[in-house]
Design a protein around this ligand. Structure first.
Ligand SMILES: [Zn+2]
Length: 242
């Protein structure tokens, strides 16, 4: 089966899913599509937008941008790590922002860079978006220090990581390197730790002040349902310490 055939088949599946879910009970803040429900993915029944592929965290971030329009003012300098399609599409459409993407893998983004040694000047960006990256990075505090360095004073680093909310303290064990063992211990074959509720302390250890937006409170139950968010998910707004 060729790549082209796979794409055509995926397109057919997507259109069928969009038809099946036609309705107006939920709305994707990434692409604006209205549906009867989001589609299942992994172990979650209402995880994914069949139009743009957004997951709960992407929709949470898109809702945050919708409610914080100053972050998209013309001239705002953005750095987006490991850009996810649903959000990159939204940000590239924002008129006048200065938008740059970066990824460890060459060719995956505008600039190939290691988050622990970024090729950018101090304070180069007004907004830095770093979602579901740090759980892959061995020296995450070094990465956080780099986020703090390249974010201008008064700017915002928007950070998300997968968190086990039942866990008070982050679980790390550098001796676990086998992909299967990592998946069992840290939820995914290429994660190097499992963050607990102490994650904001790591951001503080990397010279950032932190504010947490918990979806159940910040968005509220109506928006959680309407936009298919995870109630326990938190967006961390981090600011370089003066
Ligand atoms: Zn969507």
């Amino acid at each position: 089966v060729t790549v082209v055939t796979q794409r055509i088949q995926a397109g057919i599946r997507r259109r069928r899913e969009l038809r099946r879910l036609r309705g107006d009970a939920v709305e994707c803040p990434c692409c604006g599509t209205r549906l009867r429900a989001f589609a299942p993915d992994w172990n979650r029944p209402r995880a994914i937008c069949p139009r743009c592929g957004s997951h709960e965290r992407h929709r949470a971030l898109a809702l945050y941008l919708r409610r914080t329009p100053r972050l998209l003012d013309p001239g705002t300098r953005w750095l987006h790590f490991a850009p996810e399609y649903a959000l990159e599409r939204l940000l590239r459409a924002a008129p006048g922002i200065r938008y740059l993407t970066t990824d460890l893998e060459p060719g995956a983004a505008d600039v190939a860079a290691d988050v622990t040694a970024l090729p950018f000047e101090d304070g180069a960006f007004d907004v830095v978006l770093c979602s579901h990256v740090l759980e892959h990075v061995e020296d995450d505090v070094a990465a956080i220090r780099e986020l703090a360095r390249v974010t201008r004073p008064g700017g915002t680093a928007i950070v998300l990581v997968p968190i086990d909310h039942g866990r008070a303290r982050t679980y790390e064990d550098p001796s676990i390197v086998d992909p299967g063992e990592r998946e069992r211990a840290f939820w995914q074959h290429d994660h190097v730790r499992l963050y607990g509720r102490d994650f904001p302390d790591r951001l503080r250890a990397g010279d950032l002040d932190v504010e947490a937006l918990r979806m159940s409170e910040w968005a509220g139950p109506d928006a959680v349902g309407r936009h298919g968010l995870l109630p326990d998910e938190e967006i961390y707004l981090a600011h370089p310490r003066g």
